[in-house]
Design a protein. Structure first.
Ligand code: RRO
Length: 285
């Protein structure tokens, strides 16, 4: 079971990653990275008021090379602390993604989360168009170094047929051993004092009780669509504030958990609280 940050939350700078290394998360996830560094969209691009969490970050990141450099420099510490490094990859083309994955494998990265579901780029996220998603995945994963394990960061699918199609496809992709449900919901709009809270107006909605319900529904459906012997884990991401939310995720079928908004709001003590809750449960009569 992995308990770690959601890609994009407190994981963009080396300082952020160093904090995660010192936290009680048992994995460290990077910000989704591209071939070259990106500044992302204009500020304000994040808003959280306890009810809504919305962002239009726009894939701000240091570029994949910087995250690989951090990994190489911290490899021994990660090992000492028993932590898994997960490179979140959001290349803008098939060739960008192939290149990043090969370079990651060369320096010993073992686990990647492939994010083709960013809600804040122009046009439809690749993973929402399931035919295009299949073409991209086949092209990216073909000839991949065998050492790499791949998780897929999925969007929210509102059509149950898409869930069946994606689950069946995932089962045929040997490198893929997990799916993460889910990325933030695209095209949200929040006003404060009559003004949009984001410079770009629209953004991805994550966190909160509604997102938790949506994500639990995705976890539940993917767990059933994959079946018990698929060897593909379902990871819950969205609306986790504490141990009770993790328990609900387990009931729906999740085996790993990523914390986003609650990590931004409360800091890494959230991991301690979740472990304490789960340990308490384990030893309670
Ligand atoms: O950077 C972002 O705007 C972003 C990404 Br890559 C993502 O996957 N999900 C999200 O809510 N924001």
């Amino acid at each position: 079971m992995f308990l770690c940050n959601a890609a994009g939350c407190k994981c963009t700078t080396w300082g952020d990653l160093d904090c995660l290394l010192e936290s009680e998360a048992n994995a460290v996830m990077t910000k989704s990275c591209t071939l070259s560094p990106r500044d992302g969209n204009k500020h304000p691009k994040y808003h959280d008021d306890g009810v809504h969490s919305i962002n239009s970050n726009g894939l701000e990141n240091l570029g994949y090379r910087s995250y690989l450099d951090w990994y190489v420099q911290r490899k021994d510490k990660l090992k000492e602390r028993g932590k898994t490094f997960i490179l979140s990859v959001a290349g803008r083309s098939i060739t960008d993604n192939t290149h990043i994955l090969r370079e990651a494998a060369k320096v010993g990265v073992e686990r990647v989360e492939l994010n083709l579901s960013c809600p804040n780029l122009d046009g439809c996220p690749v993973s929402l168009d399931v035919c295009m998603y299949r073409d991209w995945l086949l092209a990216i994963l073909y000839g991949l170094p065998v050492s790499l394990k791949i998780g897929l960061k999925l969007p929210v699918y509102c059509n149950p047929k898409d869930i069946i199609t994606v689950a069946n496809m995932v089962k045929t992709l040997p490198a893929v051993d997990s799916v993460t449900c889910s990325n933030s919901l695209p095209l949200g709009l929040v006003y404060r004092d009559g003004e949009p809270v984001l410079e770009r107006i629209l953004g991805g909605c994550g966190g909160g009780d509604t997102m938790k319900a949506v994500v639990l529904g995705q976890v539940y459906q993917f767990t059933r669509a994959l079946g018990p012997d698929s060897g593909v884990d379902v990871v819950m991401c969205g609306g986790i504030r504490g141990g009770r939310d993790v328990e609900d995720g387990m009931k729906a079928g999740a085996t790993s958990f990523q914390v986003g908004t609650a990590l931004v709001v409360r800091g890494s003590s959230v991991f301690h609280d979740i472990w304490a809750h789960l340990e308490g449960d384990r030893f309670s009569p």
